[in-house]
Design a protein around this ligand. Structure first.
Ligand SMILES: N[C@@H](CCC(=O)N[C@@H](CS)C(=O)NCC(=O)O)C(=O)O
Length: 205
């Protein structure tokens, strides 16, 4: 078995990093420097023509998109480790939360960043679009908070859906988004942080 993980610090690859840490699957880690053009080399673009991390290459097959990677790793390595449901309704729930993270929440956050952050020129910022995006983010947080009311994790027990979504929520905190109003969400994040794999990944940086 060969598994290679291409990543960059402080990027979406942080999600996959945590997923791999939970699964404790041996892999070769290749660190890329995004600002230095590491994701735009011909060799890397041959593996991921999008020029983005995370990317895994499993037994010679490249798989990109963090949501697809979490679901793939869960299916292949997570079921017997009790970190990903087998085929059935609970797997459907895991997939629902993982895809929701990237598509629904990810889109709202992307629109917000695009209209407020310094990585798009200020003349392209649109205050109205930023407000709409912010409202959409808050709606996502409300949905998550309500879903976590009265339960420890997204599904019955801790799964890679929690790893994936909590890692994304961590990034919102890093963006200085105020999450203090979301009591159930914060308690859930705290439970996710108690995972030994979380501590190991954080210690590595
Ligand atoms: N939808 C992709 C997004 C990946 C992404 O945007 N990666 C950024 C870092 S956060 C990247 O690699 N950028 C490098 C570049 O644009 O050259 C996923 O979820 O995997």
């Amino acid at each position: 078995m060969s598994l290679t993980f291409y990543y960059a610090p402080m990027s979406t690859a942080g999600i996959t990093d945590l997923v791999l840490e939970e699964l404790a699957v041996p892999c070769e880690r290749i660190k890329l420097d995004i600002r230095g053009g590491g994701t735009r080399t011909p060799e890397f673009l041959r593996l991921n023509p999008n020029g983005k991390v995370p990317l895994i290459v499993h037994d010679g097959t490249p798989i990109w998109e963090s949501a697809a990677i979490t679901m793939y790793l869960g299916e292949v390595f997570g079921v017997e480790r009790h970190l990903y449901p087998g085929a059935g309704t609970q797997r459907g729930e895991a997939m629902k939360w993982i895809v929701w993270t990237n598509v629904t929440c990810g889109d709202a956050v992307y629109r917000f960043m695009r209209n407020t952050s310094e990585w798009t020129p200020a003349e392209q910022h649109n205050a109205k679009a930023a407000d709409v995006a912010k409202a959409d983010i808050l709606n996502c947080l409300r949905i998550l908070d309500e879903a976590l009311s009265g339960r420890n994790f997204l599904i019955d027990t801790y799964t890679l859906a929690d790893t994936h979504l909590n890692s994304f929520v961590d990034w919102l905190r890093h963006m200085q988004m105020d999450l203090s109003a979301y009591r159930h969400l914060n308690a859930w994040s705290e439970r996710c942080r108690q995972r030994p794999a979380y501590a190991r990944a954080m210690a590595r940086g």
